[in-house]
Write a protein of this length. Structure first.
Length: 166
């Protein structure tokens, strides 16, 4: 009987979108990250005064490849609003050319940022406790985190929360 109960619980947990470790209410990190051409951009400045969806992803992540068309559809649907989607790749500067090629092919809006700091650190992952990709962080117009999801993004819930954040 215990085995059946544990199996049911495991299936229920797998069916739910994973919530990120970081909790709502924190401010958007004051970080400057390089893009695929090694120009630095402040995440907080890019997002200033806008509803911002920060998408943390990897080229080698199958979940990211599945989610990307949904992110792009959501971005297209929100064009003209006080909204920005910021894509941050976790693969490092060594993969910058491959990241740029993929972003161009997929028509991902730029700048295409790379989560790489000094001594090969990952400052955004550290600041926001990223465990898996893709992770979606939604910040409101004041720069406060409203929602975070990892791996299995619930796009209906995400869209609903974005609309409430304007």
């Amino acid at each position: 009987m215990k085995t059946v109960v544990y199996s049911i619980l495991a299936l229920l947990l797998l069916a739910m979108p994973a919530q990120a470790l970081v909790k709502p209410g924190i401010k958007i990190p004051e970080l400057s990250l390089p893009d695929t051409s090694q120009n630095h951009h402040s995440i907080a400045e890019l997002a200033k005064g806008k509803v911002a969806l920060v998408v943390y992803w990897s080229l080698t992540c199958p979940h990211c490849h599945q989610a990307m068309p949904h992110f792009l559809f959501l971005n297209k649907r929100l064009l003209g609003n006080n909204f920005i989607m910021i894509f941050i790749n976790s693969d490092g500067l060594a993969m910058a050319q491959a990241t740029a090629r993929f972003c161009q092919e997929q028509k991902i809006p730029g700048p295409w940022l790379i989560d790489e700091g000094q001594n090969d650190t990952m400052p955004l992952a550290q600041a926001l406790d990223v465990v898996a990709t893709p992770t979606a962080f939604l910040f409101d117009t004041s720069g406060k985190l409203v929602m975070a999801q990892e791996t299995d993004i619930n796009f209906d819930l995400l869209m609903e929360t974005i609309q409430k954040s304007f």
